[in-house]
Each structure stands twice: as structure tokens, then as C-alpha cells.
Design a protein around this ligand. Sequence first.
Ligand SMILES: [Fe+2]
Ligand SMILES: [Fe+2]
Length: 500
Amino acid sequence: MKAQNSGKRYLGSALVFIGSYLLMMLVIFLMIVLNDFSHWTTFITHNFSQILSLLVSVFFLFGVVYFYYYFDDRTFLENPKDPFLVFTLLTVCAVICFLFGKYVNMDSRPFALFAILALFLLGRRQALFLNFIFVFLMFVIDLFTNTFVAAEISEEIYTSLLLGFISGTVSIFLVDNVRTRGGLLLAGVFLSIPIVVIVLLFNIPALTADLNWIKYIAAAGYRIMGSIVAVVLALALLPPFERAFNLLTGFRLRELTSTNAPLLKRLQEEAPGTFNHSLIVAQLAETCAVAIGENAELARTCAYYHDVGKLKQPECFTENQGDYNLHNEITPELSADIIRSHTRDGYELLIANHLPKAVADVALEHHGTLPIKYFYDKAMRYSGDADLKDFSYLGPIPHTKIAAIIMIADAAEAATRATQDRSPESVEKVCRAIIEERMDLGQFEECDITMKQLTVIKQTLVDALSGVHHHRVEYPAIQFNRDREVVRTAEEEPEDGSHS
Ligand SMILES: [Fe+2]
Ligand SMILES: [Fe+2]
């Protein structure tokens, strides 16, 4: 039964693998036709063993990708969309390289494009591995199709293999820490430097022999062009890939947290109290994420959007209320219902606005199944009988560490805002109570957060919140009158601690 289930789990990915392979073969067939429109039939019939080698090699390369994930990270294959992204990237980049090779120059093929896209969409580890697959895929296409005429093959093909591998690998390390799309362009220029050096080194014997500088300078020029084109195309292709596969790159997260993001603009205008609260939660969540090694940018984005559900009825939430409080006029049951629906409303609003599911999930989970104590207590005082279920959030409980961080930071921000005493000792007490209560109520059972990480989060919040709400400087309570005579000494400081 278990084996049957696991078989079903990977069936979607296996179908994606077969479908992608067939699509790649169709693409290669079209490449052969376009390479020599009048003689492609002759090429295929006369080079049958070559075509067979091509079929087997591409199948082998795609198979290596599938089994890499099968043995290294099986969860990747559980959602067919993920392997579909990998195979789509391979196919799209192979087509782009072909078009540049065919219609511009073989040296201008933007080999690094695949590595850069894979880096941003899948991460460095996968990009490094998949870059091997991509350059070998291009090598196999060059070797077994009519891309090159037979005489050119040995020299050009191996140079392309080596340079493709080097430019891909260098681009992964060069581009990894780039924070802006402008910085990425600059990286493209730097990327071309090692490539040009290698091209010139390769050609030193030829250069000294025939002194045909123009040929080699042109080749180097096309290589530089290829590097810059790779970066420009990566910039152009990232957004459609991010949207089509609902992925979270650093660029996308930064766009989502910019002040121009439409939902944040609405939050700022329609629920300013919630907006300010979200900004502080974002700051806290980001620091906590860094402290436990989670994605800080994702934590910040999730915090910005965690309460957008309040946009439906902003005036029903304390932070946006003026003198009028709607809850004084309705039953505690109805109040609790309005309050708890902001998690579901937020989730639906975020999905409807095409925000990443990871961000929407946090909006849905940030109160877990916690009780809304204030209205439960109010109902108990009114009728003496209330079902806690009717006064609890509907969940689900956090299933990621980021959701757990937002749950804690959210409560810590609200609680410290409400208290007068913001000394580290008092903030520590508040944060500890928040975490312990959520543990008692089983809110962290679905996310694999450890006790050690919860302790780190607590300490980080204490440091940050005692920092956010600075102590007031203790002014001496001594007071003078008009004649500059002391009317109250420091010892006579009033009980409430107010200073003049
Ligand atoms: Fe909330
Ligand atoms: Fe909140």
C-alpha cells in the first residue's frame, strides 16, 4: 500500500519527464530542419546512428536530472510543477542558444543564461549541478546534429563545451550575491572578462602563426556579447518564470515589499494602524529569521502582508480605531467572528492578487487555532456560558518556521505596545509567556521548530523590542520656580514617574 502510494506520488513527475523528453526531441528535430532546410531529410537518413546516439544521450541527461532529485531531494518530485520548471528551463535556454548560434554567431550563444535563471529560481546547489546537464545537452546537440559542418566539429564543439561550463559556473558565483537587477547587468560585464581571457589563451598558437587578429577579436567580442545577452535575457525571463511557477526570488520579494506594492499602498491608506504594526512585525521577524538561519527576506515579506485581511473591515481592529468602537454595539460572538475571519480574508486577498502561496499561507496561519481571549471573557461575563471553539481562530496552525516567527513576533509587538514597562526584564517575561502559551496550545506541532530556536527567537525579540521602545532617560525630578529656587528635590519624585 505504501509502495503504491509513493509510486502515485511520483507519477506526475515521471509523466513530466517523459513529456519534456519528447518535447526536447521535437525541438531538436526542428533545429535540424532549420539548420539545413533543403537537405535535412538527407542528413537524417544518412546519419541514422548519430540520431540514435542523440535520442539516447538526451534521454540519459534528462534521466540523470530525474534521478538526481529522486536520490537527493525526493520531495522535489512530489509536485510535478518543480521538475516541469527544470525541464522547461533546459528547453527554453537550448532554443535561445540555438537561435543566437544560427542567426547571430556561434560565439554569441548565451550559455550563462541557463545557470543564472537556475540560480535565481532553484538555488546555487541545483544551479551548479544543472549547469553540467545544460552544457552537456548543448554539446550533444552540437555533436549529433547538423549545427556544425563536419570539418569544424572537433575544434568548435569542445571550446563551446568548456566555455559554456566555465561561463555558467562563474556566473553562478558572480551573480549569487547580486541584490538588484541593475547589479545583475554589471555582473554580466564582469562575467565576460574570464571568458575573453580563456578565448585568447586558447588561440595563442593560432595568433602567433597567422596573426589574424580581427578574427579573434571578433570572437572575443561575440563572447562578451553572449555574456551580456545572458544577463539581459535572464532579467527579461525571470519575471514570467517567477509568475508562471509562483516562485520567490530575492528580486520578487523586494518588489513585493516596496512601497509601490498595491496591497501595501491600500493598507497604508485604509488601515494605517495595521500598516504601522506590520512594519514593526516585519523588522522583528526579519531579525528572528536571521538569528535562526531562515530566509530573512521571505520573513519580512510575510510580515508585511500577514494582516491584509483586516482591509475588509479595518475599523473593527483596535489599531485602526478612533473614539468609536463597533464592538461595543455587537455581541461578543459576532465580534470574535469578525476578528478571526481576517486570516482567511487575508489568504483569499493575497491569492486573488497573485502573491506567492508561501506569503498567503502565513496570513492564514499566523493566529493558528488560538483563542480570542478578550471576547471569550466578555461572553463569559455576559452569559456565563460560551464555547471556546466559537472564540478561537480556525487555523491551520503554522506549518513553517517563518509562520511560527510571525505568530510570535506579531503577539510580542502587540503585547509590548500595550504595556508601559518596556524594560528588558518585563519584555522577556511577556515574550516567554507568549511562546509558552502557544506551545501549551500546540501551535508549533506542525512546523519543525526546535526549543533552541524558540529560545533564540525569544532573546532576539527581547533585544529588539527593548531597543525599539527605548527607555526614557531618567531626568532628576528636581524643580525650580521663577526665581530659580528649588521647589522640589530629587528625593520628592512623584509615584507615577512623570517628569516635567
Ligand atoms: Fe493578525
Ligand atoms: Fe498582526
